[in-house]
Ligand binder design. Structure first.
Ligand code: SR1
Ligand code: MG
Length: 429
């Protein structure tokens, strides 16, 4: 945590009462909303951990406005956080738009001083996490998220970029250190030690929390993952790719909120998606009103997570075969039939290593949502604490095994089979 709240000349945290005057000075936005500022309906709707989010509706159209606060909203002014995260979010969003088109919201206006981004209003989209808690099916999601990850990760890696361009990207994102530090502490460190901000369903999970602080195998495994996160600048990551960073309908998917973007290990993004699906899978027992009513939904969740990895792997490999434009694996070294066979074997080995990283990062992401500061509503919204703890204990059991015995999870099927097994084997509280 940085010590002081950042001050920036001209920066003003917006309120619904001040935002109309600000927006009326932005011609593109004024025209889009239509009418006079007095006719605009403005509401602050942010329910995330960090920022202000406003929805503004005028006679002709609507927009979403996101503004960074100089501190962590979830905790308050005691935890300062730099406004520069809006700069990194804007840079990442622009790059993601270039690479994936309509899979991210369109940027309508960016104000560096105000740390403020105006985006198209996504309607009738909802936050995916909420839809999954309600048991809504999203048949396009696996296809869309696998395309998003394959394109953003492949085209910002050494497989696609020349070394000078890749190094320029590393430089461009290197200042997003405060957001990386949140991840380094909250995901890779705090759940494994006594930390003021940790919380869990207590007293039910007290034995788990205590065990996590004593488990040497876990601490070594998570420290290896942390080292990878700290040192492997493989590609531009979204950096916080959970189901709260997706707004969608069954027909349309948009990935939002890349303020944690930096050049890091690809498995961190892929693992985040898989972790959040597994957490939702285990949470479904807590949302059932009658036992078994979510069985079909549970199956969909696991089937979808299988499709996500399988499609991602295929798409990433296809991009590599079709766009060998980077300085890694120079085509001149892999000429002819034999060269191509060698390179293809190496591509498969690369994806196998990426899968191993993904399993570890997915496990770390599951654990932090149960024993760390920031939890998921998939589990938090289960009011009966015994039921919630039962879902969480199952998720922790699987996550520990994935992290420590990663070699036993050689395929996505091994992960989904284990999820089913753990759910059946671990008793309810
Ligand atoms: C203090 S911020 C906590 C979490 O919120 C964000 O969504 C990230 O996941 C971060 O780790
Ligand atoms: Mg976010």
């Amino acid at each position: 945590m940085s010590a002081q709240i950042e001050t920036r000349t001209g920066y003003l945290p917006q309120k619904p009462e001040t935002l109309a005057a600000y927006l009326s000075g932005v011609e593109r936005v004024r025209n889009l909303l239509g009418g006079a500022p007095s006719q605009w309906n403005i509401a602050e709707v942010g329910d995330g951990n960090l920022n202000l989010v406003f929805i503004v509706k005028g006679p002709q159209g609507g927009i979403a406005v996101k503004q960074a606060l100089p501190y962590v909203r979830l905790v308050g002014e005691s935890w300062p956080l730099p406004l520069s995260r809006a700069h990194y979010e804007h840079m990442a969003l622009s790059e993601q738009a270039r690479l994936t088109g309509r899979l991210v919201p369109q940027i309508l206006h960016y104000d560096e001083t105000q740390a403020l981004i105006v985006m198209e209003l996504l309607e009738p989209h909802i936050i995916m996490r909420r839809g999954m808690i309600a048991g809504t099916l999203y048949p396009k999601f696996a296809g869309d998220i696998s395309t998003f990850m394959a394109r953003t990760l492949y085209f910002t890696s050494d497989l696609a970029l020349t070394a000078d361009k890749k190094k320029a990207m590393i430089g461009a994102f290197s200042g997003n250190t405060a957001l990386c530090k949140i991840t380094e502490d909250l995901i890779f460190t705090d759940p494994y030690r006594v930390a003021e901000l940790n919380r869990w369903t207590s007293p039910q999970l007290d034995p788990y929390a205590a065990r996590w602080r004593e488990d040497g195998d876990l601490k070594v495994a998570v420290s290896r993952l942390k080292l990878k996160f700290l040192s492997s600048a493989e590609a531009m990551l979204h950096g916080d790719l959970h189901t709260g960073s997706v707004m969608l309908t069954p027909e349309d998917t948009r990935i939002i909120d890349p303020e944690f973007a930096f050049m890091g290990p690809m498995g961190f993004d892929v693992g985040a998606v898989i972790a959040n699906f597994l957490l939702n899978y285990f949470s479904q027992d807590g949302h059932e009103k009658t036992a078994g009513e979510r069985e079909a939904y549970r199956d969909w969740v696991l089937l979808t997570v299988e499709q996500i990895w399988t499609s991602f792997r295929e798409k990433f490999l296809a991009l590599w075969r079709e766009n060998p434009t980077g300085d890694a694996y120079p085509p001149s070294l892999f000429q002819g039939e034999q060269g191509e066979a060698l390179l293809e074997a190496e591509r498969q080995a690369y994806m196998d290593r990426l899968w191993t990283d993904t399993v570890g990062f997915a496990a770390a992401k599951m654990i932090r949502r149960i024993l760390g500061l920031a939890h998921n509503i998939d589990l938090e919204w289960i009011e009966d604490k015994d039921r919630r703890a039962s879902c969480e204990a199952r998720a922790l059991t699987l996550a520990r095994d994935m992290m420590v015995n990663t070699g036993n999870y050689a395929s996505i099927r091994a992960v989904t089979d284990a999820a089913r097994r753990v759910r059946e084997e671990i008793e309810r509280y």
